[in-house]
Design a protein around this ligand. Structure first.
Ligand SMILES: C[S@@+](CC[C@H](N)C(=O)[O-])C[C@H]1O[C@@H](n2cnc3c(N)ncnc32)[C@H](O)[C@@H]1O
Length: 278
């Protein structure tokens, strides 16, 4: 159901805003749909709906909601057929989508929350931000988001698409804003450099020209910054993808929070070449 080694987490919209340097009003002003990849059991799609923002969440763990349709069945589409594949994933007429499948994911998300609680207790130096204090209050925000996720995925299963990076079943430029938190650099053992490059390129591919793909964090679970970030950015540059590191103050902390910001350019000039990483 989930990729071994990754936690299923349930961050709320306000935490997403905090991580990416967004505000609710900035999110409301985004001129098109937003992609949450990976969505996990986050509350973003549900809460953004109340702001009038359409968020599509995608995660391989959603395959559990579509028995017989694995994530790979949803994301093996060629670029040309990506839109229709996405539509097929969205509209799979399976009565268990949402009501039966995604609540099971909430059980895993509860385990993810408990793992986070244990990690915060055991390694408090990795959680210096005031937003984490007190830990109980912080984790209650995850509980609320998880409940919103369960209700929203039952009511709007078409907004939760089973797919796995580095291949997404969406047409080029489908999203005005793409958010990717706690995956590509958080789990370097799952995403070696070539996979990171392919996944970053894919996130940009599905982002509209003029839009942004935002990636956070740039460090792993031990706080170690990605050692080859400059090389990745250079490789992205060769694919006509612009990149910058956006630095934001961390209240109560001398360090800055860093978000990788990728700009979508002309999609026709940026086809994947798996041999490009070197
Ligand atoms: C730590 S959670 C992050 C969820 C959410 N973005 C957040 O910040 O709370 C990591 C998620 O990545 C998903 N995942 C694992 N492998 C993936 C892949 N290849 N492509 C997309 N998502 C993946 C897992 O199923 C899990 O839900």
């Amino acid at each position: 159901m989930s990729t071994p080694g990754t936690l299923i987490t349930s961050r709320p919209l306000d935490e997403y805003c905090h991580l990416f340097g967004l505000t609710r009003s900035a999110l409301s002003a985004v001129p098109g749909p937003v992609l949450d990849c990976p969505g996990g059991a986050s509350g973003l799609a549900a809460e953004a709906r109340a702001l009038g923002v359409r968020v599509v969440a995608t995660d391989p763990a959603y395959a559990a909601a579509l028995p017989g349709r694995t994530a790979s069945a949803c994301h093996t589409a060629s670029a040309a057929s990506a839109a229709s594949a996405a539509s097929a994933c969205h509209t799979a007429p399976d009565a268990s989508a949402g009501p039966a499948g995604l609540p099971a994911l909430a059980v895993l998300a509860r385990q993810g929350r408990d793992a986070m609680a244990a990690s915060m207790a055991a390694t408090p130096h990795l959680y210096p931000s005031p937003r984490h204090r007190p830990y109980d209050k912080y984790l209650r925000s995850w509980d609320r988001a998880r409940r919103l996720f369960v209700a929203d995925s039952a009511a709007h299963p078409e907004r939760y698409v089973a797919a796995a990076l580095p291949r997404l079943p969406f047409a080029d430029g489908s999203f005005a804003l793409t958010l990717s938190s706690y995956l590509l650099f958080a789990y370097p053992e799952l995403f070696p450099p070539a996979e990171q490059l392919a996944a970053l390129t894919e996130l940009v591919r599905v982002t509209a020209p003029g839009g942004e793909a935002l990636i956070y964090p740039l460090h792993d679970g031990s706080g170690r910054r990605c050692p080859h970030l400059d090389e990745l950015r250079a490789a992205l540059g060769r694919r006509q993808v612009s990149s910058e590191i956006r630095r934001m103050p961390r209240p109560g902390d001398a360090r800055t929070r860093q978000v990788l910001v990728l700009g979508a350019a002309d999609h026709r000039r940026r086809r994947l070449s798996s041999t490009e990483w070197a």
